[in-house]
Write a protein that binds this ligand. Structure first.
Ligand code: PLP
Length: 648
């Protein structure tokens, strides 16, 4: 469905049309669908029977004073992602008769929020699901929360002495940390720490593969990658570890192709290369036992199933099959025991369960109404009126001659320029200039309504569509809540969560609350492509218009910042019951203005006190009444305790 089809009859519009238009049926993974009321429903384990109406939920949360913008976390979906991931590997292992297991870990950097990590550990216990850390702070979370002695704790990232010694001691605590050597100089530090403590860690080696890659994170692989050892470095490290009597602790080979692998062919190459390195390490005397294929399992954000940036040309099952089959083939060829397979899938686990909801505060667009004529209008204005009449007489048919439309537009532009010149020279007043502007936009609108539905129309006329589109003001900071849309131009599915049984007949984009021209959402999924405008509904009097951003559970929160001092939104963790009701497990209130001020070292109390003194002075000078001074202080004090977003 394209924007041109917006001309379809309003009455024929159904929720199925909405589902197709916004791609919900392609990216929703059965977690999201639309009910007959035209509301999005959430189906926690992909089954419609327990569907929860998202719009109803918003109303109920708002009546608990949990106002929009709001982040809702569906822990059932998080659990279902884990179940599907393990299910896919179990199926592949059975199908290929793989003689080994799968044992996953969650990369903490993907979402470090306490309740997310705790929930994953609780749900993952049945598979001894573990964690992966990339810093000492993340290590502390993992060591403390992960108490299952069989779960793995993969320790990546740059490592100093304290990081390494902590992992050695944690092994004695009964945990299973594996220190992955990412830089050649970490070998010396591991040897020194082991000698000092008289104990050794479990050791892994990260290989810098030379397989090609693509996509945004493609540079995570190849000779120039930030992490990993080249083949000569691997051989040197093995020698060093052998002579320090630590070779028997080398258990794991690790590689990471980069996040969001779009093309499965990239993974296959990497797997073959890593499989051979694994076998060689085993032959060199390392016991091995684990092959860690890193992260990178992608999300089909636009549902196009293509190797484009917002998509993947493979499914979860394809991924598991390729990992299992490729490693099996490598090991069988060389008579090496098949390793336990580990993946560090972050995005694939944590994306679906979070839904970000925001309301629209208002809309803005160019003034394209046709102002009523007055007598003795300037000739320039009359000319524009004539052009508009001429355009309006052109019939709206599919075989309209676009050169005729272009000519009319050239006239309109010429008259508008004349009007500007006349204004500059003082011959045209401000009200008449305003009328000239309105008439020019009215011409543009009339032209766009007559554009034929084909690509052969002149470029200039095509862009008129964008010029006439509306700006929807979003109660949101993209820098706080959707930073990757700005930082790396990532696409997320974005759509209204209600009125989906109504045809959306306004094209628009979103502008956020920050005073930054980059603070906007103006790139939308389009089945393998990107579109600059989204089909939206006209706002209704006294009714909220609620938009959802989906699949954003990975990376967004921690990457978000306090630009313009907009803080975190309200967030809730929710579990669904079998009766279709739900339970709020955790409520995390939005940052207050005090919170964000303190983050910048301001003391809210001190700020208030200065203002109190200033208002006393104003009272003394007679410029401020005592009652107004009190009202001002009340506003400021209340505001400090409230969130940073707009409320009615
Ligand atoms: C970031 C990262 C991951 C997670 O990648 P996803 O694409 O989110 O699965 C896994 N392993 C390492 C080493 C990483 O740096």
């Amino acid at each position: 469905m394209t924007t041109d089809n917006l001309a379809n009859n309003q009455n024929n519009w159904t929720v199925t049309d909405s589902s197709g238009l916004y791609g919900l049926d392609r990216w929703g993974n059965n977690y999201f669908s639309i009910n007959e009321l035209g509301h999005i429903t959430v189906n926690p384990n992909g089954q419609q029977s327990r569907a929860l109406d998202l719009m109803e939920l918003v109303k109920e949360l708002e009546s608990r004073n949990l106002k929009l913008p709001l982040l809702i976390r569906f822990d059932d979906i998080l659990e279902d992602r884990l179940t599907r991931l393990h299910g896919a590997f179990e199926k592949a292992i059975a199908q290929y008769h793989y003689k080994g297991r799968y044992q996953g870990v969650f990369p903490v950097k993907c979402n470090q929020q306490r309740y997310v990590v705790e929930e994953l550990i609780a749900c993952g216990r049945r598979w001894h699901f573990g964690l992966e850390t990339g810093s000492k702070a993340e290590l502390l979370i993992a060591l403390s929360l992960l108490s299952d002695p069989e779960a793995l704790l993969i320790c990546n990232g740059y490592k100093d002495k304290r990081y390494i010694e902590t992992t050695i001691l944690a092994r004695q605590l009964g945990r299973q940390p594996i220190v992955v050597i990412e830089q050649a100089d970490e070998v010396e530090r591991i040897i020194a720490a082991s000698q000092k403590l008289g104990a050794a860690p479990l050791i892994g080696i990260r290989a810098k593969l030379s397989s090609r890659s693509s996509g945004h994170w493609g540079s995570s692989i190849g000779e120039k990658a930030k992490f990993g050892l080249s083949v000569p470095e691997i051989l040197t490290s093995i020698k060093q570890l052998r002579s320090s009597n630590l070779l028997h602790e080398v258990r794991l080979l690790h590689f990471h192709v980069g996040s969001q692998i779009n093309d499965i062919a990239v993974l296959k190459d990497a797997l073959q290369e890593a499989g051979q390195i694994y076998i060689e390490l085993n032959r060199l005397g390392a016991p091995m036992g684990y092959l860690d294929v890193g992260g990178g399992l992608g999300i089909d954000y636009d549902g196009s199933q293509t190797a484009t940036e917002a998509s993947t040309n493979y499914s979860l099952q394809n991924y598991a099959n390729d990992v299992v089959a490729t490693i099996k083939e490598c090991c069988e060829g060389k008579n090496t025991p098949m390793p336990t397979l580990i993946s560090e899938s972050g995005r694939a686990i944590a994306s679906h369960f979070s839904v970000l909801l925001f309301n629209v505060l208002g809309t803005g667009s160019v003034p394209a109404e046709d102002p009523p004529p007055k007598h003795d209008e300037a000739l320039i204005v009359q000319n524009l009126r004539g052009t508009l009449k001429y355009i309006q007489k052109i019939p709206k048919t599919s075989d309209v001659d676009s050169s005729k439309l272009q000519e009319a537009w050239n006239d309109a532009i010429k008259f508008k320029d004349d009007a500007l010149t006349a204004f500059r020279l003082g011959y045209l007043g401000l009200p008449e200039r305003a009328i000239a502007e309105q008439l020019t936009w009215a011409c543009a609108k009339a032209l766009v309504e007559r554009l034929p539905q084909c690509d052969l129309i002149p470029e200039e006329l095509k862009t008129l569509r964008y010029a006439l589109s509306a700006t929807y003001y979003a109660n949101l900071s993209i820098f706080r809540s959707a930073p990757d849309t700005w930082a790396i131009k990532q696409l997320f599915p974005i759509m209204p969560i209600h009125r989906l049984n109504e045809k959306p007949n306004q094209l628009g984009h979103f502008a956020d609350l920050t005073c930054d021209s980059d603070g906007k959402l103006a790139r939308f999924i389009d089945n393998g492509q990107v579109k600059p405008l989204l089909e939206l509904h006209k706002l209704k009097e006294a009714e909220q218009y609620v938009i959802g951003m989906f699949l954003g559970g990975a990376y967004q929160e921690v990457m978000g910042n306090l630009h313009n001092l907009f803080g975190s939104t309200n967030s809730v963790h929710l579990r669904l019951s079998y009766t279709g009701s739900y339970k709020l497990d955790h409520v995390v209130r939005a940052n207050t203005k005090s919170d964000v001020l303190e983050a910048m070292e301001h003391d809210p109390e001190e700020l208030l006190e200065r203002l109190r003194i200033a208002s006393e002075e104003a009272i003394q000078h007679g410029s401020l009444k005592i009652s107004d001074a009190q009202r001002l202080m009340d506003h400021l004090e209340t505001s400090l305790r409230e969130s940073t977003y707009l409320h009615d």
